[in-house]
Design a protein around this ligand. Structure first.
Ligand code: GDP
Ligand code: MG
Length: 175
């Protein structure tokens, strides 16, 4: 039969954060996952989808990636429209990308739904010797702003599946 008829939920999740923190690579890593039932690998599209099963429900995750629009206020409100989740990504070797999380959070909260689920992600944890953001700083921000938090490596595939599954499971739980 038509697989699409069986989809229980479609959840839009947006990736935001400074340029070069690894947003596109995180999405590429997630979208290629072997548990994927439906994924598009097309380069240059606004979003990629991946279908997964949570609590016996078929969930289609629609993950949006900025296409070089990371300049302040260049991300349009259409990007945030309908988003039920957001991944706020910084590069743990670039302090500035973490300091900018406050600005991204402000922009996100200005555009997105009140109950959006947000995950703070410190990417490039494979470069541990170059760490510029202590884990405690990120944990403190996450606690203060009510965000989930994880460190990932798109390169080594560390926590990538886990962070997407965590945010999607929480989104499912509250919808
Ligand atoms: P974006 O601008 O946020 O989409 O960043 P990209 O995904 O294009 O990644 C920017 C650069 O960082 C590229 O050279 C990637 O290969 C590199 N990169 C992305 N993720 C990782 C990671 O987890 N570890 C390392 N070492 N490099 C990464
Ligand atoms: Mg990119």
């Amino acid at each position: 039969g038509d697989y699409n008829q069986k989809i229980d939920y479609v959840f839009k999740v947006v990736l935001i954060g400074d340029s070069a923190v690894g947003k596109t690579q995180l999405l590429a890593r997630f979208a290629r996952n072997e548990f994927s039932l439906d994924s598009k690998a097309t380069i240059g599209v606004e979003f990629q989808t991946k279908t997964l099963i949570i609590d016996n429900k078929i969930i289609k995750a629609q993950i949006w990636d900025t296409a070089g629009q990371e300049r302040y206020r260049a991300v349009t409100s259409a990007y945030y429209r309908g988003a039920v989740g957001a991944m706020l990504v910084y590069d743990m070797t670039k302090r500035q990308s973490f300091d900018h999380m406050v600005k991204w959070l402000e922009e996100l909260r200005g555009h997105a739904d009140q109950n959006i689920v947000i995950m703070l992600i410190g990417n490039k944890c494979d470069l541990g010797s170059l760490r510029a953001v202590p884990m405690e700083d990120a944990e403190e921000l996450a606690q203060r702003e009510n965000l989930f938090f994880m460190e990932t490596s798109a390169l080594e595939s560390t926590n990538v599946e886990t962070c997407f599954l965590t945010i999607l499971t929480e989104i499912y739980r509250i919808h």
